[in-house]
Design a binder for this molecule. Structure first.
Ligand SMILES: [Zn+2]
Length: 313
């Protein structure tokens, strides 16, 4: 691998008890599968995620108190330089067995526009990993500082089910002369744009086009999405989940109706970290459907075809 992230992980463990503990806890993490037939969500009981799940994303954060800025990083956190713009750090509150945060060296707001090619390049540079992005109001616990994350692709249900999504019901599909395919589908819980191509430039171009059109359709300052890019068996595989809401009504409800679930890319991709044990025990198909349909663009919205149709032109 061009970037030795396994070595980074080992070096991080060597200097920090916290990192050794949180990653070793993940080895024995409790999981539970919610089976929808052709696809599944996996729940993970992970109390360490409480800070991210309940993060106040409206809080005023500057480079003087930002935990992604070099001066204020998590105690003992070390960095591997990715390039002139980005560093790779080990995530101090992991969901995945290998969980990295790829952080802009500058304190600039979270933004994917302009970085699409870089994201595809990162996926190529980290074989076996998915590089993912959470937009400012759709799961990023640090909307004030640009960052991506990376985890091993096999840990994400959406990638395990890739062929099922290709073979199953689709709202729209475009197939090229070669192996290029871009499609839009809704599985009853979430809307997904999917890109499948052997060509790196095509992956970046179509991702860019879909994001720009989504921005246009939804009229937000930056496209509200969760995006994942993986290079898997020679194909660039991109998933884009357009978002309408940061948090579902269950997050704001009181008493038994309350769930501390604040979906980001991992959740949208089928791995739901539950910081609260009762959520882990209680979540079922109906509740998962309720949560994900609320935060996702509905299949009935006529505007959803525009991004994929324009991306073909
Ligand atoms: Zn910062």
């Amino acid at each position: 691998m061009k970037y030795d992230v396994d070595d980074l992980l080992q070096r991080q463990f060597a200097v920090s008890e916290h990192y050794r503990k949180v990653f070793s806890d993940l080895e024995n993490v409790r999981t539970r599968t919610i089976d929808f037939g052709s696809f599944k969500y996996v729940l993970q009981y992970n109390p360490g995620r409480i800070g991210s799940a309940t993060a106040d994303t409206k809080k005023k954060v500057t480079s003087d108190n930002c935990f992604l800025c070099e001066k204020h990083r998590f105690p003992g956190q070390i960095a591997l330089e990715y390039d002139a713009q980005y560093n790779i750090l080990v995530n101090p509150y992991p969901i995945f067995k290998k969980h990295f945060t790829i952080v802009d060296k500058q304190h600039v707001a979270q933004e994917i526009i302009g970085e699409e090619s870089k994201m595809v390049q990162m996926a190529e540079d980290l074989p076996g990993f998915t590089v993912f992005y959470n937009s400012r109001n759709s799961g990023a616990s640090a909307p004030f500082h640009r960052h991506f994350q990376a985890c091993e692709t096999y840990e994400l249900p959406i990638y395990q089910q890739w062929d099922t999504y290709y073979n199953g019901g689709k709202i729209f599909i475009w197939e090229g002369n070669n192996a290029d395919r871009f499609w839009l589908c809704h599985d009853g819980t979430r809307l997904i744009y999917m890109i499948h191509t052997e060509d790196k430039d095509t992956a970046a171009r179509v991702l860019k086009a879909i994001l720009r059109e989504l921005n246009d359709v939804m009229q937000t300052p930056s496209p509200e999405t969760n995006v994942g890019v993986a290079l898997d068996n020679g194909f660039y595989k991109v998933v884009i989940f357009p978002r309408t809401k940061h948090r579902p009504k269950e997050y704001f409800a009181e008493g038994d109706n309350h769930y501390t679930i604040s979906p980001g890319f991992a959740d949208m991709a089928g791995l739901i970290p539950c910081a609260v044990e009762s959520d882990f025990n209680r979540l079922d198909k109906e509740r998962v459907t309720s949560i994900f349909t609320q935060v996702s663009l509905p299949a009935t919205d006529q505007r959803i075809l525009q991004p994929i149709k324009r991306a073909i032109i």
